[in-house]
Design a protein around this ligand. Structure first.
Ligand SMILES: Cc1cc2nc3c(=O)[nH]c(=O)nc-3n(C[C@H](O)[C@H](O)[C@H](O)COP(=O)(O)O)c2cc1C
Length: 342
């Protein structure tokens, strides 16, 4: 089978993985309305290309919080990557380096954050779930010591979402959350966590702080008031509160509220270069992809991850050329023909 696009990797990964691992990656919460919305919303947005622009050179190197990247595409944190590959997050980190981009490593990784750092050849951020403050404090210190360059605090998980499809296919393989000695410690997010966690984290670390899981202008403004360095507009890939909008739908109002006070990224449903073009046009500095690199990892390890990212990069390059945007700076709101995104 020719692997021409990200959906081809999805189909092959599905064939290669056992059913419970596949469902764990694929599923969303409840009726999966938000999971579907993430995709559908991109399909509704239409582009306004400009013609007769010199696109003989298309350039997409960029930075996130000062870190140079080959493309405005990062790898989102996803748990338990050993379900896709025996070397899990270590192999994912090798793939990220091959592609010239940054990997966000999950608290719920199946390899310890130190093992991933040792395998990585490129920049890493550490994604933090607050379980208890002492545990969080230890993880932050370990991440900083291991050379992680950013701390991504996921804020949409006061509890885990209700993933019914996964509940019907419980994981058959016992995969260890390697950042914890005591497994029970890893499974209980702290539901009492509030905005006060931000100054507390700031008191622990000099790492830049990125909030992941913002869906309203109110919370985006609050995040800026608390001085975060970046936010990720995310609905956790449709895995937390079902019924929230597609991320691309709320991006414009959030970008407006932030008004340049911090960097804004987006994840959720990015599967094509044109999706990335739309997200950048609506004000994201970069996007993250969650499931597609997992499919690459399942199909062909680090090389599969790099191939999936290369496909997305090539598609973005193609979309930029056809839209008349040789540089990322040329991509703006005027590219979007849209009535329902305000
Ligand atoms: C299997 C899976 C596991 C995930 N685990 C985490 C996690 O540990 N921490 C986190 O912040 N987000 C997690 N997410 C959410 C992703 O970081 C990201 O927001 C989402 O996958 C983006 O949507 P996409 O998969 O459509 O690209 C997970 C998503 C999936 C699919």
């Amino acid at each position: 089978m020719d692997l021409l696009n990200v959906f081809d990797y999805e189909a092959l990964a599905r064939e290669r993985m056992d059913i419970s691992s596949w469902v764990y990656y694929a599923c969303g919460a409840d009726d999966e309305v938000t999971l579907r919305a993430n995709r559908n919303a991109f399909e509704r947005i239409k582009l306004r290309p400009r013609v007769l622009v010199d696109v003989s050179q298309v350039e997409m190197i960029t930075t996130v919080l000062g870190t140079p990247l080959a493309m405005p595409i990062l790898i989102a944190p996803t748990a338990l990557q050993e379900l896709a590959h025996p070397e899990g997050e270590c192999e994912m980190a090798r793939g990220a380096a091959l592609a010239g981009t940054l990997l966000v490593v999950s608290t719920s990784a199946s390899r310890s954050l130190e093992e991933v750092a040792a395998a990585a050849g490129g920049p890493l951020w550490f994604q933090l779930y607050i379980t208890t403050r002492p545990t969080a404090q230890r993880l932050v210190a370990r991440a900083e010591a291991a050379g992680y360059q950013g701390l991504v605090l996921t804020v949409d998980t006061p509890r885990w979402g209700n993933k019914e499809r996964a509940a019907r296919h419980p994981l058959t393989r016992g995969i260890h959350k390697a950042n914890f000695e005591n497994e029970s410690e890893a499974d209980l997010p702290d539901p009492s966590c509030t905005w006060e966690i931000i100054p507390w984290l700031r008191s622990l670390t000099r790492l830049p702080l990125i909030l992941k899981g913002i869906l309203t202008p109110e919370d985006a403004q609050r995040a800026c008031d608390y001085g975060v360095d970046a936010i990720i507009v995310s609905n956790h890939g449709g895995r937390q509160l079902d019924g929230v909008p597609a991320t691309i739908e709320v991006l414009p109002e959030i970008v407006e509220a932030v008004a340049g006070r911090c960097e804004v990224y987006l994840d959720g449903g990015i599967r094509r270069g044109t999706d990335i073009l739309k997200a950048l046009a609506l004000g994201a500095r970069a996007v993250l992809v969650g499931r597609p690199p997992l499919w690459g990892l399942a199909v062909n390890g680090a090389q599969g991850v790099a191939d999936v990212l290369d496909i997305l990069r090539d598609e973005l390059e193609q979309a930029m050329a056809l839209a008349g945007c040789p540089r990322l700076a040329d991509i703006d709101r005027s590219l979007i023909r849209l009535t329902h995104v305000s």
